[in-house]
Ligand binder design. Structure first.
Ligand code: UGA
Length: 431
């Protein structure tokens, strides 16, 4: 099967490389020539464990993966075309900006020569895939194409594993022919007995937003419970464990912290509520989740500021929105570091992978080459992102570098008593 993937962002590139791993011939398309040149040389433009190796394997050895700059010359052989362009939040609004999706649909409509399946993999509000169909059918006879919704459930940092060993594959179609082609595409997963869920197009689109919004709800919920725990002297980690053992609740996504960030949850909860509002449905829970998460930045920043002296210097460890990625989009660490900087605090930062992106986003943050260098002369350590290398820091060494021994363990990766014994003033989340 020949696959064409339009958009070499996170989703497009991981999808392309993983389909090549299954043995398909894949062409990834992007208009950004600089990005393409980098990709052709086998370099992944973002940090994702395993991607450099996968790109090298399929560009240079199997030659199943190639890159091109236009849809025009690359649809002749395509059996399936994936739309994997970005759907960012519109400026000053909550809804998803679909202009890239419409643009690709137009380009596809001008270049289809033989039957092919057009798949929306970008996260798109319900109704978008039908609209893509309409755009293409303005120029192409219906017998030459079908459209399908096939949302992705990849987590940054473990995207390759999520693709190759997914919990489920969702395919939203409006006819048997396209469902059969999609089932054939995902046949390599049959051996792993992956559930393949065939639904209507609209149902599939909603499954994606409802899944992300539900996970975001779990996080916002436990974060508010954490606030209560702090006041009454309870421990939110034990509360989450006590809840999560109940199979109806489940233990995942119940880690309290500084709030959810990244390129998906914050954008998707807003877009989900915004789409519903247009249909006169009030997703009041989702709106509350969004507000709760936004309020959290100030709440945590104020807590930090209230415990340290004016004009202090602090150390901020971890700037990416989660470990194992260099992505700082909507990162709570970046927001908290920036908020406390604006209050006159000098912020010395370190992140294992995200420093280049952090610098581009906020040049006021002072960056250091290691966690220890960032601790020199500082009055408090804030752990914002739970990278593995922060889990066993040498506190004897750090104690000699700090001016004052205060730690804000926003992700609860340390046992408070251990640090208190070493003379630290310890603040976790929800304990
Ligand atoms: C998320 C979903 O998990 C994927 O299934 C989905 O495909 C993806 O969005 C997407 O729509 O493309 P991702 O944004 O990579 O993936 O990261 P998550 O692991 O879901 O974490 C999101 C945020 O929630 C992070 O800031 C993380 O620190 C926070 N989080 C997560 C918590 O605060 N507590 C938790 O228990 C779990």
């Amino acid at each position: 099967m020949n696959l064409t993937i339009v958009g070499t962002g996170y989703v497009g590139l991981v999808t392309g490389a993983c389909f090549a791993e299954f043995g398909y011939s894949v062409t990834c398309i992007d208009k950004d020539n600089e990005r393409l040149e980098k990709l052709k040389s086998g370099k992944c433009p973002f940090f994702e464990p395993g991607m450099d190796e996968l790109l090298d394997k399929h560009i240079n050895k199997t030659k199943l993966l190639s890159f091109a700059s236009s849809v025009k010359s690359n649809l002749d052989n395509a059996d399936i075309i994936f739309i994997t362009v970005g759907t960012p939040t519109r400026r000053l609004e909550d809804e998803a900006d679909l202009s890239f999706v419409w643009q690709v649909a137009e380009e596809i409509s001008e270049n289809i020569k033989k039957y092919c399946l057009v798949v929306t993999k970008s996260t798109v509000p319900v109704g978008t895939t039908r609209e893509v169909k309409k755009i293409i059918s303005n120029k192409v006879d219906q017998k030459f194409f079908d459209v399908v919704s096939n949302p992705e459930f990849l987590r940054e940092g473990s995207a390759i594993d999520d693709f190759i060993r997914p919990d489920r594959v969702v395919i939203g179609t409006d006819n048997q022919k396209s469902e059969n082609i999609m089932r054939e595409l995902y046949r390599p997963l049959f051996l792993k007995e992956t559930p393949i869920l065939a639904t209507s197009i609209e149902t599939s689109e909603i499954i994606k937003y409802a899944s992300n919004s539900f996970l975001a709800t779990k996080i916002a919920f436990i974060n508010e419970v954490a606030d209560l725990c702090e006041v009454v002297g309870a421990d939110v980690q034990q509360v989450a464990r006590g809840m999560g053992i109940d199979k109806r609740i489940g233990s995942k996504f119940l880690n309290a912290g500084p709030g959810f960030g990244g390129s998906c949850f914050p954008k998707d909860v807003k877009a989900f509520a915004s789409t519903a509002k247009k249909k006169n449905i009030d997703l009041s829970i989702i709106n509350a989740v969004n507000k709760s998460n936004q309020d959290r930045i100030n709440k945590i920043s104020n807590k930090i500021i209230s415990k340290i002296k004016n004009n202090s210097t602090v150390t901020f460890l971890g700037l990416s929105f989660k470990p194992n990625t260099d992505d700082v989009r909507d990162s709570t660490s970046m927001k908290i570091a920036s908020t406390i900087f604006e209050k006159g605090i000098k912020v010395q930062c370190y992140d294992p992978e995200a420093m280049d992106n952090a610098k581009k986003e906020n040049s006021n943050l002072i960056l250091f080459n290691s966690a220890y260098e960032a601790c020199e002369g500082s009055s408090a350590i804030i752990i914002g992102t739970e990278w593995n290398e922060f889990r066993a820091l040498n506190f004897e060494k750090i104690s000699k570098l700090l001016k004052e021994k205060i730690i804000f363990d926003l992700r609860n990766i340390y046992i408070p008593e251990n640090l208190k014994e070493m003379g630290y003033e310890y603040y976790g989340t929800g304990k």
